[in-house]
Design a protein around this ligand. Sequence first.
Ligand code: ADP
Ligand code: MG
Length: 474
Amino acid sequence: MASVPEDVLVNEALIEDLQKLAKDTALLQGILMRTKETPNSSEVVSYAAFTLFPSPVPRSLFEQARQVQTHFNLLVDRISQDAEFLEQALASTINVDDFTARLFNIYRQVIQEGCSQPIILGLNRSDYMFDLGKDSKTSLKQIEINTIAAGAGGLTSRTPALHRHILKVAGRVEEQKNILDNNPAAGSAKAIAKSWELYGSEQAVVMFLVEDDEINIYDHRCVENELWSRNITIIRRDFNDVSKRASLDQNKRLFIDGKEVAIVYFRSGLMPQDYTEQGWEARLMMERSRAVKCPDISTHLAGTKKVQQEMSRPGVLERFFPDDPKAVAQIRATFAGLYSLDMGEEGDRTVAMAIANPDHFVLKPQREGGGNNIYGEDICQVLESVKENSERCAYILMDKIRPQPVRNYLLRSGSPLKLSTCLSELGMFGAYVRQGKGMVLNECTGHLLRTKSAEHSDGGLTTGVAVLDNPLLV
Ligand code: ADP
Ligand code: MG
């Protein structure tokens, strides 16, 4: 793949100049992150980490990811409505994974009580890597789909201007046109605004459900400001606030601090540590309420790794797209090998296969947010210790994707400048709104390219491993 010319990469004087200019440009563009030291304060902030140069992405694979996104939106939405499928898919997991079990309990309670809100708002991001096959062909392979708190759609909207400027100064003016404009935050806001309109109460607010420490607040602010510009009121509250001060009226309308909440937009709640006991009660209250939840509990569960693995079984996609073999084929083409570790012969085969060749796989628990997966020899260790009992059902196994590494500089506050061998991950943002049975909006709203040093197996922007990038379409 074409990448930055070697003479540019090793031109120390040029790189030194470019990195200074790049950091200032990032700050000017508002590509910002709070610091780990003061995660609650905007008094001292820094640029969010980014690559000095955009990374090459094959145009055809980018287009493929873009085109399949509205199908993924439908798939997630359809799974979320199929109680029988969710129940079956997650049965073995919830026996051993407490976090998924607690989510599932809320799901069961809400189903029993009956749905109180026919408006469904989904904002997700489907992540991919470009697998370099033995035949030297690259193919698009899905890593996962995030149905809760899929972030970075705000910051990434400001990076095209940054990379175009760097290219211009580096004398690569022609290439600027291969960086696309991109504004997923605006797309998310459009879908939130649509849902707010459908909710139908002028006074009602959109509540961002956030963590108390939020280093990534500027990313949220991008979506917030898009909504304010439509004259929609935003409030920010955490689980603790909801547990202490929110309530439902007799029509299950959600109120907090005297305001009716039309939409709860979760930017927290994806990890076990996000919840105290009161936090779990708050989640249940929000799920029972008439507020539109983004995501609702069933859509949250549809985004679990276990569901991803079950989706790859023969016949499952056909169940969700009975009349659309083209959509089935498009979705399936992006699947890497996914394997169940459920008790029984199939799971036994998965264990043996992984232990025989651990470097070919990734072992994944039901967790989000980066830093949880297991690689290499650790796979053998973990599987040896759980393979005889049902604890192994807490994991799924996945083929390891092997992208072509590219050399680039990762600019990160406080880190020395160093030429790194890098791997990229492309995300496509999806947004949809459904009212009862009818889809009101179904769109691909933009993209995100994250790049990390190849020495890291795992990724994640907020974990400090991956950094913001832009696809340079080739
Ligand atoms: P999380 O929910 O923690 O983001 P992911 O499934 O996205 O979990 O995995 C985290 C990171 O691990 C990814 O961003 C990617 O860098 C790496 N990764 C995950 N699955 C694979 C895979 N099958 N092949 C190669 N790398 C992977
Ligand atoms: Mg991920």
